[in-house]
Write a protein that binds this ligand. Structure first.
Ligand code: NAI
Ligand code: MG
Length: 334
């Protein structure tokens, strides 16, 4: 029987960029069955909940999901749906690759960096959040566990090995955050020692920011804690032409959710002008996860040659094509 994928179109530009990715998968000959599920504002309006149980059940059942961006309403005390999903399915690894395509607004053309971000702990643990009664102080807990650090760093080194990468950079702030980042670095060193075939280096997060902007070609795989990974991966998106070019995979033991790094872009929703590349690249990550490397490569090359040719590309890439015209240009190249 066909492989089933849970598809969550999401909010804002989500449905249109997801549609674009599905069309491309179909034209590349990927024969999946898609189970559509609602989450986000659209689910709140239809079912009275941001994250309905039926959606959670489908994510659980099919194990692999392709997801559009979700709008978490501000105010009303809603917790981020993305954070909930990552916690619920223990999607501990957030893998965010960026590669240069010529023809984007990037200043570089030689970038190929994967950020491996710990996705469940650190500053985003959600624990111990409080304000004082007089509202003059606030606190929150950053949590690093030995197990959590070990599994994410191991994940990064295994990924490096699988993908034939040369180096893993461990990014931290152990000089100041001695307890949390200190434990992360200590465990990372232990893990790195088990991979003599892969170079490792350590870098303090602020220095990493400077080096990424000045010498991005020196980076290969980076592994880091939750908050640093969130920030560094957006920096990396900026190195390759912006959020429209940045995919991410949330991977756990039992499930994986593939998505764009950007949000629902309410400012351009419904105008058929969004760049679908991030979600298309996320679907390529999904194919690689499923062991379908040939199809993944075929789609990547079609996307690359479309963007590099410079005609029929979306506005953020300097063109004037709509989402659907750009999608058709990729399909024509397949
Ligand atoms: P955003 O990423 O949606 O938009 C930032 C800017 O980038 C906007 O000007 C937008 O038009 C542009 N942009 C984003 N994606 C684009 C694309 N594919 N093509 C062309 N331009 C694109 O961030 P913002 O506005 O801060 O957040 C909007 C909503 O998205 C919020 O409700 C937020 O909670 C949600 N969000 C959801 C995420 C997810 O589901 N993974 C991640 C980040 C934000
Ligand atoms: Mg972010």
């Amino acid at each position: 029987s066909k492989r089933k994928i849970t598809v969550i179109p999401g909010d804002g530009i989500g449905p249109s960029i997801i549609e674009s990715a599905i069309q491309i998968l179909t034209h590349a000959g990927c024969d999946f069955d898609y189970d559509y599920a609602d989450a986000g504002l659209v689910a709140l309006e239809k079912h009275g909940e941001l994250l309905p149980q039926a959606t959670l059940d489908l994510i659980e059942k099919n194990k692999v999901s392709l997801k559009g961006p979700l709008t978490t309403p501000v105010g009303g005390g809603f917790t981020s749906i993305n954070v909930s999903l990552r916690k619920k399915f223990n999607l501990y690894a957030n893998v965010r690759p960026v590669i240069s395509f010529k023809g984007t607004r990037s200043r570089y053309d030689n970038i190929d960096i994967i950020t491996v971000r710990e996705n469940t702990e650190g500053m985003y643990s959600g624990a111990g959040q409080k304000r004082s009664d007089d509202n003059n102080s606030a606190e929150a807990m950053s949590i690093i566990t030995r197990d959590g650090a070990e599994r994410i760093v191991t994940f990064a080194f295994e990924l490096a090995r699988q993908e034939g990468r040369k180096k893993v950079t461990i990014i931290h702030k152990a000089n100041i955050l001695k307890s949390t980042s200190g434990l992360f670095l200590e465990v990372a060193r232990e893990v790195a020692a088990r991979y003599p075939d892969i170079q490792n280096e350590e870098m303090i997060v602020d220095a990493a920011c400077m080096n990424l902007v000045m010498y991005p070609e020196r980076f290969d795989v980076m592994v880091t804690t939750n908050l640093f990974g969130d920030i560094l991966s957006d920096l990396c998106a900026g190195l390759v032409g912006g959020l429209g070019m940045a995919p991410g995979a949330n991977i756990g033991e039992g499930a994986a959710i593939f998505e764009a790094v950007h949000g629902s872009a309410p400012d351009i929703a419904g105008k058929n002008i969004a760049n679908p590349t991030s979600v298309i690249l996320a679907s390529i990550q999904m194919l690689e996860y499923l062991g379908m490397q040939d199809k993944a490569e075929r789609i990547r090359e079609a996307v690359r040659s479309t963007i590099e040719s410079g005609d029929r590309v979306t506005r953020d890439l300097g063109g004037s094509a709509s989402t659907s015209e750009f999608t058709q240009a990729i399909i024509d190249r397949l």
